[in-house]
Design a protein around this ligand. Structure first.
Ligand code: FAD
Length: 272
């Protein structure tokens, strides 16, 4: 790609980034670039549009909101920072992404917005965010809004949003497990995250690698709430997801292993 193929915008604040993003048409958001740089190298980067560089937009803060364990994570917070944050199960998911160099560069916003790809895992933090009941603050068409990460991931492919921050409540108990495929970077073929907040809420369960984007497993959660054992509840997962073949694992293998991965993650729920 030549420099003249795209207009580069470098906002100096979140407000400027929102203004430059507008309704998102013809604009590519560039965060850590660990997905986009290879796209440039492969000649697949969109030409003729605008590129919004977020590195100076001040979105890299990790803030405690009050004393109740709620944390606001800026979209540009690198995975290396999350890996050491002890915000579980998000920290565990971040620790397993790529390698040191990738984690230092890759951001949570890029992981949440990673376009699904069959040949390599890209959104391994999504299951953890679903299990935590995270909220996503974003800007775009019709202005700013905050919604559940589940709704954010379910939006149509055509609706591009600029993620500004992700808010999570630190769970009382959490667990994270992945099924890994040995490779230079040991990619995760499937991930499972569980979390339970303070109060009377039940356990939330989510899985990655079973659909184009990670999915919350409401049937498993309902079975647990009704008193089913972890193993019996985990068996319900296959009623709500239909894993596909890809370069990392076959659909058959995923279907056979997913219930066991969920059962083990439930056994490993840690915390008070
Ligand atoms: C060698 C290697 C190993 C990897 N291993 C893993 C792995 O194990 N697990 C895993 O999950 N990923 C892996 N990845 C993929 C990638 O590193 C992560 O998904 C990373 O979190 C992407 O973040 P980024 O900031 O680099 O995104 P970018 O490359 O900057 O952007 C990715 C996508 O998200 C969009 N985007 C970025 N930020 C925002 C925002 N704030 N609002 C709206 N859209 C936005 C971009 O437009 C683009 O479409 C790997 C990548 C490489 C190169």
């Amino acid at each position: 790609m030549r420099a003249s193929d795209t207009e580069v915008l470098t906002p100096g604040s979140a407000a400027q980034a929102v203004e430059a993003f507008g309704d998102g048409r013809g604009i590519t958001v560039f965060a850590g670039g660990t997905i986009l740089m290879p796209e440039i190298a492969a000649g697949r980067y969109p030409r003729g549009g605008r590129t919004l560089m977020l590195d100076r937009a001040g979105l890299d803060q990790l803030d405690q909101l009050g004393g109740d364990g709620t944390v606001a994570i800026g979209a540009m917070v690198p995975l290396s920072k999350l890996a050491g944050s002890r915000i579980e199960p998000l920290a565990a998911a971040a620790r397993e992404v790529g390698d040191l160099e990738i984690r230092a560069q890759a951001t949570i916003g890029g992981n949440l917005c990673a376009p699904p790809a069959a040949e390599s895992p890209r959104g391994d933090l999504q299951a953890a965010l679903l299990a935590m009941g995270a909220r996503v603050r974003s800007a775009g068409k019709a202005g700013e809004r905050t919604e559940s990460v589940e709704d954010f991931l379910a939006r149509s492919e055509d609706e591009t949003r600029l993620v500004l921050a992700i808010e999570v409540d630190k769970p009382r108990r959490a667990s994270y497990l992945s099924l890994r495929r040995p490779h230079a970077h040991s990619y995760a073929a499937m991930t499972v995250a569980c979390a339970q907040n303070d109060g009377n809420g039940g356990v939330r369960v989510a899985a990655g690698g079973v659909a184009p984007r990670a999915k919350r497993l409401h049937g498993v959660e309902r079975a647990l709430a009704e008193g089913a054992s972890g193993e019996d509840a985990a068996a319900r997962a296959l009623d709500e997801v239909d894993p596909q073949d890809d370069a990392l694992a076959s659909a058959w293998y995923r279907r056979n292993v997913l219930p066991t991965l969920i059962t083990r993650a439930l056994e490993q729920l840690q915390g008070g």
